[in-house]
Ligand binder design. Structure first.
Ligand code: PLP
Length: 335
């Protein structure tokens, strides 16, 4: 199967499975799993933070971070398109009693500074207490402009807000921008990093930040049901990915550029853009469902929507992309 629906669909390689099988383990709720401890320390070091905390998912890592930064009746400023607002089931409000203050994202994924400033509420019993600015990098595949991040964080600081980065794909941002991970994480108090996206592990995210913040996130992780036992099996996959699957993200980015260019050569397809490992394109509405089904019969999985997203990853080769584009051409030649 050639699966372009997401970078979460990767399967662990034989080498990754071997690393998992030979992991030393212990009960991590007791702090006894040496492989988890090693992953947390390694991720913290690479991100330039004091500490790291291993989570079963990015959703839970983000939520525990929001709950560590904000209490009941506090609010966080966040983009309408941000994962922590739009794609996490409203968890901050549902489970954290935290009010989101969503703002429209600009086309480059940023939140305009004047909109952030206008959304910060004065201390007044009428208002929720604005406590946190949450950004995302990459967002919709796009790397946030570095100058923008510095200005946004400075603005937040000036108003006494903490800052969180949903860095589910921050390694993609690092590879695409040529900046080290710690430089991208430095402006933020906390960063959540996914290993189950482009890095190709079956499970796992690491939250990095200060010791004090992670002490609170550790408590919330337990409350949210994320305290795991012999999770060194999973942490071993993440350590393997840090050693083997980071630099190769450049291949995914090159493959996405190649996919965008090739799809642009198909008359019926309108390519809207591409960034890092994502391509966005439109098919004629009446062809979406039939095209998706036709490709599936030929071993190619896409989500054909009026505006489709294609994601490259370590289980998609350049030849797979050529196979996919040839199949799309063949479909339109015969329909
Ligand atoms: C996937 C993703 C998450 C959540 O990760 P899960 O492990 O799927 O819960 C958070 N933020 C962004 C930007 C993501 O793409």
């Amino acid at each position: 199967m050639i699966d372009l629906r997401s970078d979460t669909v990767t399967r662990p390689s034989q080498a990754m499975l071997t690393a998992m099988m030979s992991a030393e383990t212990g009960d991590d709720v007791w702090g006894d799993d040496p492989t988890v401890l090693r992953l947390q320390a390694t991720a913290a070091e690479r991100a330039g933070k004091e500490a790291g905390l291993f989570f079963p998912s990015g959703t839970q890592s983000n939520l525990a971070a929001l709950m560590a930064h904000c209490g009941r009746g506090d609010e966080y400023i966040v983009g309408q398109l941000a994962h922590t607002y739009k794609y996490e089931g409203g968890g901050a409000a549902v489970l954290g009693s935290i009010q989101p203050q969503p703002l429209e994202n600009a086309a480059d994924g940023s939140l305009p500074l004047e909109k952030i400033a206008a959304a910060i509420k004065p201390l007044d019993d009428h208002f929720a207490r604005t406590r946190l600015l949450a950004l995302e990098n990459t967002i919709g595949g796009k790397v946030l402009p570095a100058g923008y991040v510095d200005e946004a964080v400075q603005l937040a600081r000036k108003h006494g807000l903490a800052t969180h980065l949903d860095g589910a794909r921050v390694f993609n941002a690092a590879v695409a921008s040529g900046k080290p991970l710690d430089a991208l994480c430095a402006p933020f108090d906390s960063v959540s990093i996914c290993f189950s996206k482009g890095l190709g592990t079956p499970v796992g995210s690491v939250l990095v930040g200060s010791n004090a913040l992670l002490t609170s996130a550790h408590r919330w992780r337990k409350v949210l049901g994320g305290g795991m036992r012999q999770s060194g099996l999973l942490a071993a996959a993440c350590l393997y990915a840090l050693d083997h699957n980071v630099e190769r993200l450049a291949d995914d980015h090159a493959n996405a550029a190649h996919l965008a260019e090739s799809l642009a050569g198909v008359d019926q397809v309108k390519v809207q853009g591409h960034a890092t490992n994502m391509v966005f394109a439109q098919f004629p509405q009446q062809h979406c469902a039939p095209l998706e089904a036709w490709l599936k019969e030929r071993g190619i999985l896409i989500q054909a929507l009026y505006a489709s997203r294609f994601v490259t990853h370590l289980d998609v080769s350049r030849a797979d992309i050529d196979t996919f584009v040839a199949a799309v051409k063949q479909y339109f030649a015969s329909h």
